[in-house]
Design a protein around this ligand. Structure first.
Ligand SMILES: Nc1ncnc2c1ncn2[C@@H]1O[C@H](COP(=O)(O)OP(=O)(O)OP(=O)(O)O)[C@@H](O)[C@H]1O
Length: 777
């Protein structure tokens, strides 16, 4: 971005710093490509010219509310601007049409009260300070005025504030499109109250967020012709199933388990529950309580919210019975049975939990026991019953717990949808997508693979949109944009989802082939993608693979991919549950429509997710998108701490820097003619004297300075990346020369004044002495 002639000795610049990401300083010497910089923390650093970025010394002290107003649009400038604003509690900043929201980690109620909502209502975008309400308002206005569906895509890493942002968006949309004074539960009230219910069953404490949503969510709010909310639908994605049986310290399982353990005594008695410490699914971690959260109170609140969203008393009862049954199920332990590779219920305690599970699920305890420890194989000749060893019995138990829980979650979502109701006549919707951001951990498994696949898809959508917006601006200003390059991530998407031959297809094939192992699957990947630029086989591993995602490299461990991709309910579990005397439990296990109609029995999570994603992308493609990028400023979840390196990484992953890059590939700096003349008129004062039209004057100045490739629009000058800095450097020279002339004049003046007074004094002295001498004679 920085051309060498941007930077001269004395320039204020940004250079990379391992700790702070970027640090500012002043250029003290330039020799060839080497630039010597004295940094503000007192160090002398030599770096390459290409790594040096100009700093805008005239940037407003409080930052700018839209990054595109920055004179130099580059990474350090963006970071500095966000940091300056964050310090002033200005957590929202635009980058063109994208809203960046930095999590304040403290309540800022004045930002979200009714008075604020009133202010944003109908205000033109950009007129007031950046805000989620402004984005929601723009989406709503666009929908009402143009009759087109809109969507708001909220993304960011865990704990960045997506769910909070989504809640604000929904509150504001309910404020705009709600009906006042309607009797009973309104649609918008139900939409808002669906949050606490979903959070109780889909959220958990993780190391990164005390209230982390373990699923993705797309809320579609339907509006009638007059812009009133007339229906809503919630779609959820990829609930984290493994958490039901496996948690690590200091995380927690899903909130609902702890809420139920804190329920009033009669409820606890009914479900035979005790302290969370007594349940295997909860006591794998030492964390039971959340700071500032009272589980007993939350239990009652969740029940109240369930009432509002239309989940009846009996259904609530059944839901919590299943939740309690899962806890008891987890406490069933197995010991080695009499035969080899067989198991039995370990002791009386386990038997108690087995009986309680059966009682709560209203199923037969013996059948449940058999379903947990035996498998029936039907061959053409005979029916063989095989036993499971204790280890496999535990897997069988956990598989049942996971299936029960995910079916329960899906049921709740479906119920909310039915009770809120869809409006079949709705012409336009506003969709709000709250989905997990790009993930890269030490160990990345199938979940990360699906999450990152989602993010690749959304990134493509984002790039295409940002690119389109840029084009629109250029077209409006009637400038040529034909040569702006557009980098696409289609190659990564092909690697993942191409049919046949993509990773998901190969994984499905491996899952269908009984002899496959994670090793054979990995080998197949290595072989197929030997020459793929986006795929790497790590040198020292036989089952890991690396994908070069748009946001960086991620190393995946293939060893659980096959198991995690298989999406079937063990036939024995299915049989016991469908025989339940409780219609609710039985209902959870009725085969899905798609499953019963399919000829092949095989279904995979990956393939199903791919279809879900496809349908989401289709929905999004007919909407006008708006983007909110949430940023988590620190990992200690505390206010006022702004960790540069961490944030830069998120801006990269969230595509903010990519949007900036796209913008830089075109004309990142735009200045209205008068602004340009104000700043650079002094480069050619004679042109200003001539009273030319502003547009002509701008062009003459740019030509005089020998700039190439810029464009003149109808109201603005469009500069290529680095050209603003180049002009600033020339301006600094002119101002420097002027300063030197002024200094010279002043110094001459002072010296002359001194000389004259000295001469005068000398003459006076001389005449005095001479006079004295004369007198003497
Ligand atoms: N605008 C805000 N004002 C005050 N606090 C906020 C705001 N946004 C986020 N927070 C705080 O940050 C925490 C994490 O936010 P949130 O749960 O929305 O993150 P998330 O991005 O949805 O995370 P996950 O992906 O783990 O669900 C919240 O519990 C809240 O304490």
């Amino acid at each position: 971005m920085a051309a060498p002639d941007n930077i001269i000795v004395g320039s204020h610049v940004w250079i990379e710093d391992p700790k702070l990401a970027w640090i500012d300083g002043e250029v003290t010497r330039i020799s060839g490509k080497d630039v010597h910089v004295r940094t503000t923390n007192g160090k002398n650093v030599v770096t390459n010219m290409s790594q040096v970025f100009p700093k805008d010394t005239e940037a407003p002290p409080g930052g700018v509310d839209d990054m595109t107003k920055l004179s130099y649009l580059h990474e350090p400038g963006v970071l500095q601007n966000l940091a300056t604003r964050y310090e002033l509690n200005e957590i929202y900043t635009y980058t063109g049409n994208i809203l960046i929201a930095v999590n304040p980690f403290q309540r800022l109620p004045h930002l979200y009260d009714t008075h604020m909502m009133e202010q944003y209502k109908g205000a033109a975008f950009g007129e007031l300070s950046p805000h989620v309400f402004a984005v929601a308002d723009a989406a709503y206005r666009a929908m009402v005025n143009e009759g087109k569906s809109n969507s708001i895509l909220v993304s960011g890493e865990s704990g960045a504030g997506k769910t909070e942002t989504t809640k604000m968006l929904m509150r504001y949309l309910a404020f705009l499109g709600g009906r006042s004074g309607v009797e009973g539960r309104t649609v918008e009230q139900q939409v808002l109250e669906s949050n606490p219910v979903l959070e109780a069953f889909g959220n958990a404490k993780t190391v990164r967020n005390n209230n982390s949503s373990r699923f993705g969510k797309f809320v579609e709010i339907q509006f009638d012709k007059s812009g009133r909310i007339s229906g809503a639908a919630i779609r959820t994605y990829l609930l984290e199933r493994s958490r039901v049986c496996q948690i690590s310290d200091p995380e927690r399982n899903y909130h609902c388990f702890y809420l139920l353990c804190a329920a009033p005594a009669e409820d606890k008695e009914k479900y035979k529950l005790g302290s969370p410490k007594s349940f295997h699914y909860l006591n794998q971690s030492k964390c039971y309580e959340l700071d500032g959260v009272n589980d007993a109170h939350e239990y009652l609140e969740t029940r109240r919210a369930m009432d509002i969203v239309g989940i009846g008393e009996e259904e609530q009862e059944a839901i919590f019975r299943v939740v309690a049954a899962i806890l008891h199920l987890g406490n069933i332990e197995f010991a080695k049975g009499a035969e080899i590779d067989s198991s039995k219920i370990k002791d009386d305690k386990s038997r108690f939990h087995l009986d309680t599970t059966a009682e709560l699920l209203r199923c037969d305890p013996t059948n449940l026991e058999d379903a947990l420890i035996k498998r029936v194989m039907v061959t053409p000749e005979e029916i063989i019953t095989r036993t499971l060893d204790p280890e496999n019995a535990v897997s069988s138990r956990d598989a049942l717990a996971k299936t029960l829980y995910s079916r329960l979650f899906d049921w709740i979502v479906e119920k909310i949808n039915v009770s809120i109701g869809q409006d079949p006549d709705s012409k336009s919707i506003i969709g709000v997508l709250d989905i997990y951001g790009f993930e890269s951990f030490k160990c990345n498994s199938f979940e990360q693979f699906c999450i990152n696949f989602t993010n690749e898809k959304l990134q493509q959508h984002f790039n295409q949109h940002v690119f389109k917006m840029e084009q629109e601006e250029y077209t409006k200003e009637e400038i040529d944009w034909s040569y702006i390059e557009f980098v696409d991530n289609q190659d990564v998407l092909d690697l993942i989802e191409k049919k046949p031959g993509g990773i998901i297809s190969l994984l499905d094939e491996a899952c269908m082939f009984p002899k496959s192992t994670h090793e054979t699957f990995a080998q197949k990947l290595y072989q197929t993608f030997k020459n793929n630029k986006r795929f790497i086989k790590p040198k020292l591993s036989r089952t890991d693979f690396t994908i070069l995602h748009y946001a960086g490299e991620v190393n995946y461990q293939a060893n659980q991919f096959l198991d995690k991709n298989k999406d079937y309910v063990i036939a024995e579990h299915q049989a016991v549950m469908t025989a339940s005397k409780c219609p609710f439990v039985m209902g959870l296990f009725t085969p899905l429509k798609e499953e019963s109609s399919k000829s092949s029995k095989f279904s995979s999570i990956g393939a199903r997710f791919k279809l879900q994603l496809q349908s989401l992308m289709e929905t999004l493609s007919v909407t006008e998108p708006h983007y909110i990028r949430c940023v988590k400023p620190n990992n200690v979840l505390k206010p006022a701490i702004f960790e540069n390196v961490n944030i830069i990484q998120q801006l990269r992953c969230g595509g903010v820097l990519e949007a900036i890059r796209i913008s830089c590939a075109g004309y990142p700096t735009r200045r209205a003619f008068y602004e340009f003349l104000n700043r650079f008129g002094l480069l050619a004062p004679e042109i200003l004297d001539e009273n030319y039209d502003d547009k002509v004057a701008c062009q003459m100045i740019l030509d005089r300075k020998g700039l190439k490739g810029y464009q003149i629009g109808k109201t603005k000058v469009f500069l290529r990346a680095g050209q603003m800095a180049e002009l600033d450097a020339r301006r600094a020279e002119v101002l420097g020369n002027a300063a030197r002339i002024i200094q010279r004049q002043i110094r001459t003046h002072i010296a002359r004044k001194e000389f004259i007074s000295l001469r005068k004094a000398a003459m006076e002295l001389q005449s005095y002495i001479r006079g004295d001498l004369l007198d003497f004679n």
